[in-house]
Design a protein around this ligand. Structure first.
Ligand SMILES: CC(=O)N[C@H]1[C@@H](OP(=O)(O)OP(=O)(O)OC[C@H]2O[C@@H](n3ccc(=O)[nH]c3=O)[C@H](O)[C@@H]2O)O[C@H](CO)[C@H](O)[C@@H]1O
Ligand SMILES: [Mn+2]
Length: 310
């Protein structure tokens, strides 16, 4: 292997993503001035890998997954003005996302006629699913769990192996391959990867089903990427949907809608693999030394212009 890990931190509770187990990566071949030190975790305290550049061997991973002839469903929601993001999302996915794998995009939209013509590669398909629009953006993101659950129920169990649910206001800039596949996969939110745990924007009101008490929680996960085996993602979507229903009945909406419920779910059902912020960056943020490559990123958007309500 081309990496050796030097574990030099404490292995106790997680206060901050950079501190729980500090792992320093060093190339075995020494290049003195180009080498940048990273101080990031590559495995969680429950022994799930955190995927960063240089922690995996792409050729070896492809050798494992190519043999399995897998299909990866990819769901994306584009309602209201968010249809404008589809072209860049799809074109960049066709350049970088799971190249060489069977990919089936499912696009939920209120405007099927607005879906751009994008030439898809071999073994890549796209299905459009018409759903009603909404005058509240919160309602749109909240409904993703229910739609995901129903989609898996109705057409996926026998057709698809893995699934990713992705935000549409995004673009791929670099390799996103089979190293992202796992039983149940979360991504670390780029805005909070070096934030102390007690400052994570979890839902803090006990009245909500998404409640996470101070002192608890592992990481702050982004709602823009959820992935895993179809059965596992179904369980996640169904659980979150039921919790969202309870909140709705109690007239409470979690701080960050379905993202809050996702974080609650992952507190009690640990992800088996975690994607580093290389897999969910934000275009307005400049690259830090820990990030060697930006693979997928939120584009800059004018909230007031694209969302149906403030
Ligand atoms: C980086 C990240 O993790 N972003 C999360 C964050 O803010 P974001 O600012 O990323 O939320 P957002 O406005 O992108 O909404 C999430 C997604 O809902 C869809 N959409 C939304 C509004 C609309 O009018 N039309 C439409 O299609 C679209 O697929 C979009 O990508 O919090 C949201 C919930 O509060 C979601 O959890 C997002 O995933
Ligand atoms: Mn987004």
């Amino acid at each position: 292997t081309f990496i050796h890990n030097v574990v030099n931190g404490h292995s106790s509770a997680t206060d901050c993503i950079l501190s729980p187990i500090s792992v320093t990566h060093t190339h075995t071949h020494t290049h003195t001035h180009t080498q940048r030190e990273r101080n990031v975790i590559t495995v969680t305290p429950w022994l799930a890998p955190v995927v960063w550049e240089e922690t995996f061997d792409k050729t070896l991973i492809d050798a494992i997954y190519k043999m399995q002839n897998i299909t990866v469903a990819t769901t994306v929601f584009a309602l209201g003005k968010y249809v404008q993001f589809l072209k860049d999302f799809l074109e960049s996915a066709e350049r970088h996302y799971l190249q060489g794998y069977r990919v089936h995009y499912y696009i939920f939209t209120d405007q099927p006629e607005a879906i751009p013509m994008v030439t898809l590669g071999a073994n890549r398909n796209l299905t459009t699913l018409k759903i009603p629009g909404s005058s509240r953006w919160q309602e749109i993101t909240l409904r993703r769990m229910e739609k995901l659950e129903k989609l898996i129920d109705t057409q996926m169990i026998n057709e698809v192996d893995y699934i990713f649910s992705l935000d549409v206001d995004t673009k791929f800039y670099g390799h996103w391959g089979a190293e992202t596949l796992g039983d149940i996969v979360a991504v670390i939110h780029p805005g909070y990867y070096s934030t102390p745990r007690d400052e994570f924007p979890y839902e803090r009101r006990p009245e909500s089903q998404a409640y996470i008490p101070q002192g608890m929680g592992d990481y702050y996960y982004g709602g823009a990427v959820i992935g895993g085996l179809v059965e596992e993602v179904h369980k996640l979507a169904k659980t979150c949907r039921m919790q969202l229903d309870v909140d709705k009945a109690n007239s409470i909406e979690a701080a960050w809608q379905e993202e809050s419920h996702l974080n609650k779910y992952f507190l009690y059902n640990k992800p088996s693999k975690i994607l580093s912020p290389e897999y969910l960056w934000q275009d307005f943020k400049s690259k830090t030394d820990d990030i060697k490559i930006i693979r997928f990123s939120q584009v800059i958007k004018n909230y007031a212009e694209v969302r149906p309500n403030p």
